[in-house]
Design a binder for this molecule. Structure first.
Ligand code: AMP
Length: 402
């Protein structure tokens, strides 16, 4: 009997999200989350999907090792223990793979060393991702551990899109270039959009708009990314929940020289106190829409700035691609916020883009088209599934050998 289960781990600095999937039918067996690792008030929420109720544990979970042990115990209680011969591999989300990792990779010492070398460009994420991998290795040293990189899908970007126009020698010395993020989502959604159009990924050009709390756009030509809005870090590009997205780099010098802010204060300002939250105090699009309905001008302006930036990227990527077959909306805002989709594409009829009001109002979990029949460019809503994509890539690489 071949092993068909894949455990997907998304390790943050104080959290671990996990899913156990059976790749024989791509079904989910269990999902869960450990939060506030290292605090007194840690919490594990476990949802078995093969029967049984959601369970919760509270109380201190000291570190990632203790977290993964607790996850293993919960899975074992459902008869899905990680010591099972049915487990084929463990797939890890790794945020930064630099230029080097262009595809999912089976982890060995050299891979760990390279992920570690990338810490200066991903100081918040890569250390946590490494801890997750090392902990899982200790738990099942015999099993393939696969690193699936957020940046990998974007490594096909041409140099003209990937380089900043700064001194080449300085840029290379410090690895300053545009890497892009949310790659697993852009890969999954661009492929699913082609499928929705009844075409092979190689045949279609898609603009993917991943609009969650973090947000990024990508231009995908024939299944390959040719440009994306996030850069060296996930700060560049669209207006996000708490991040500014694009700004004149001189704003930073100005805030330091004239405003007297330190580098760390500016970092925190632009990453945590900007975007929608900086503009109107709320980063949840539902709340912003509610305030707009009540006539709140500040919320209206925040929405308008968000949409203006989004529209600029749609236009830019239209020009980059030359021919666009579909625009796909995904993630929390993209999948749920009909007014965002409508506003982002309003007035673009000359580009062959239009949204059907009735179709746009329909809610659902399945990929669907919201453009009118006549539209030259299709508009799609495609729920993203990063965990399934990580599991699929992991299984394709490691599962068959087991
Ligand atoms: P994500 O990062 O993909 O989980 O997206 C989270 C964001 O999606 C939240 O901050 C909300 O702004 C947004 N969101 C979730 N549900 C809705 C909804 N029903 N309508 C509008 N926005 C939503």
């Amino acid at each position: 009997m071949t092993a068909t289960r894949v455990l997907v781990l998304n390790s943050g600095s104080s959290s671990v999200k996990y899913q156990l999937l059976d790749m024989s039918d791509r079904s989910r067996l269990a999902v869960g989350l450990v939060e506030r690792i290292g605090e007194e008030t840690s919490r594990l929420k476990h949802t078995p999907l093969t029967g049984g109720d959601e369970r919760e544990r509270t109380g201190p979970i000291a570190d990632h090792e203790a977290a993964l042990k607790a996850v293993a115990e919960e899975l074992a209680a459902d008869g899905l223990g990680l010591d099972s011969p049915d487990l084929a591999a463990i797939g890890h989300r790794v945020v930064h793979g630099g230029k080097h990792f262009t595809a999912p990779t089976v982890v060995d010492d050299a891979v760990l060393a390279e992920i570690e070398r990338l810490i200066p460009v991903a100081p918040l994420h890569n250390p946590a991702n490494l801890t997750g991998i090392r902990t899982a290795q200790a738990l099942r040293p015999d099993l393939p551990q696969v690193a699936v990189f957020d940046t990998a899908f974007h490594t096909t970007m041409p140099e003209s899109a990937a380089r900043y126009a700064i001194d080449v020698e300085t840029a290379d010395r410090h690895r300053v270039r545009r890497y892009g993020f949310h790659g697993t989502s852009h890969a999954y959604v661009s492929r699913a959009t082609a499928e929705l159009l009844g075409k092979a990924p190689e045949e279609v050009n898609v603009i993917v708009l991943h609009l969650g709390n973090g947000a990024s756009a990508s231009a995908v030509r024939g299944g390959k990314c040719v440009d994306t809005s996030m850069g060296l870090t996930p700060l560049e590009g669209l207006v996000m929940g708490t991040r500014s997205g694009d700004l004149d780099p001189a704003v930073i010098f100005h805030l330091a020289r004239v405003g007297g802010l330190s580098v760390d204060e500016i970092d925190s300002l632009l990453n945590k106190k900007s975007g929608l939250v900086g503009l109107c105090g709320d980063n949840d699009m539902r709340e912003i829409r509610r305030r707009i309905d009540e006539g709140d001008e500040q919320a209206r302006l925040a929405f308008d700035i968000y949409i203006h930036r989004l529209k600029k990227y749609i236009g830019a990527y239209y020009a980059v691609l030359g021919r666009v077959d579909a625009v796909a909306f995904t993630a929390g805002v993209g999948e749920n916020a009909a007014p965002v989709r409508e506003a982002a594409l309003a007035g673009l009829e000359e580009l062959g883009l239009a949204v059907d009001g009735d179709l746009n109002a329909v809610r659902g979990d399945e990929p669907r088209l919201i453009s009118p029949e006549y539209a030259r460019v299709k508009v799609a809503v495609v729920p993203t599934d990063e965990e399934l994509e990580i599991a699929t890539q992991t299984y394709a690489l490691a599962g068959k050998n087991n």
